[in-house]
Design a binder for this molecule. Structure first.
Ligand code: GDP
Length: 328
């Protein structure tokens, strides 16, 4: 069974994604690109003041220190080499660097596996959008013709289980849940048994994200990974970490803890709509070096987009944010 990116076969869909991204990234564009544009248009030459101000803009846009340092040293090197001479040249240099950070740090394609049955675990701190993302992922894969089963393994939050029941219904997926307080690994075990019996292609596992018992949480996630691996060869095929973009650099620190404790295979950055902190995605790519698979741009089922570095940078630098009215 191949799980493909939704826009891979459909160029029209790619154009639609760009428009939706432009819409979602409006505040991030204001905070990052529009401030850079103001700086460029207010200066005739590049001096120390200009470079300091530029650095301040990058840091203020949540890009983070390592990515900012990388961009600034590249620009300084290009100035020295005579390749960047005017403030206008800086625009092109930054755009190239931002794209390169995303491209080199992220494997842009969603993983394509060929296992007959796959298990994707979705992990992250509560409130990041994990449960919603499980619903969105289920809807996408179900629309692609795959038979999907959602496993409600966050057994501590009745609201999460109720929410998943709604998402499962909307996405025409099956749902395996259990009583509140049940052992998440036991629920996963039942879900994988059901998946085998019902010929399901993909099992999406929603997990708990309680912060106050972090070491227990990590142990529980490890145990679930072992259970999955024992039931289905190669499982979990993906461990997807959900990061809330609105938390900026804090989200990045949380991600590092998850990475240290359990292996993460891909990232999903949510809530990029309406936040000015979308620049954190560059920091995430620079620091974590794990592919961003999807981005969340709203609360509805269709608000999960394939992540494309080119589309992300193009939409930030686009000159026509108003063209959003053309959303298909
Ligand atoms: P969980 O605790 O990690 O499972 O988080 P939930 O899935 O319950 O989501 C928490 C809140 O974030 C809900 O109100 C969701 O509707 C909202 N949410 C999730 N993803 C997005 C997104 O991409 N954009 C926006 N604006 N809200 C989102």
């Amino acid at each position: 069974m191949l799980f493909r990116r939704s826009s891979e076969e459909n160029p029209g869909k790619k154009a639609g994604i760009l428009e939706r991204l432009k819409n979602a990234l409006g505040s991030t564009k204001d905070n990052l690109v529009n401030r850079i544009e103001s700086l460029i248009s207010s200066r005739r030459e590049i001096d120390n003041d200009f470079l300091e101000e530029l650095e301040g803009i990058l840091l203020g846009a949540d890009i983070g220190a390592p990515a900012t340092t990388r961009i600034m040293s590249d620009i300084r090197a290009q100035i020295k080499a005579g390749l960047v001479k005017t403030p206008d040249d800086v625009r092109t240099a930054i755009r190239k660097q931002l794209l390169s950070i995303l491209q080199t740090s992220c494997n842009t394609g969603a993983a394509v596996h060929d296992a007959p049955q796959e298990v994707w675990m979705v992990v992250g701190v509560n409130g990041t959008g994990k449960t919603t993302t499980c619903g969105k992922l289920a809807a996408r894969q179900a629309q692609g013709g795959h038979r999907v089963l959602i496993c409600a393994a966050d057994t501590f939050r009745p609201a999460a289980i109720e929410q998943l029941a709604v998402w499962a219904q909307r996405s025409s997926s099956e749902l395996i849940k259990s009583k509140i307080g049940a052992d998440p690994s036991a629920v996963l075990h039942d879900a994988l048994a059901a998946a085998g019996a019902r010929n399901v292609d993909l099992v999406i596992v929603d997990t708990a994200g309680r912060l106050h018992t972090r070491s227990n949480l990590m142990q529980e996630l490890e145990k679930m990974k072992r259970v999955a691996g024992r039931k289905i060869e190669g499982a979990p095929h993906e461990v997807l970490l959900v990061i809330d973009a609105t938390t900026g650099q804090n989200g990045l620190s949380q991600a590092k803890e998850f990475m240290k404790a359990i292996g993460i295979t891909g990232l999903i950055v949510t809530k990029l709509d309406g936040t000015a902190k979308g620049g954190v995605l560059f920091g995430i790519c620079q620091d974590l070096r794990i592919p961003v698979r999807y981005i969340g741009v709203g609360e509805e089922l269709e608000d999960l987009l394939d992540f494309s570095p080119e589309a992300f940078v193009d939409s930030l630098f686009s000159e026509k944010p108003g063209s959003l009215l053309n959303i298909p």
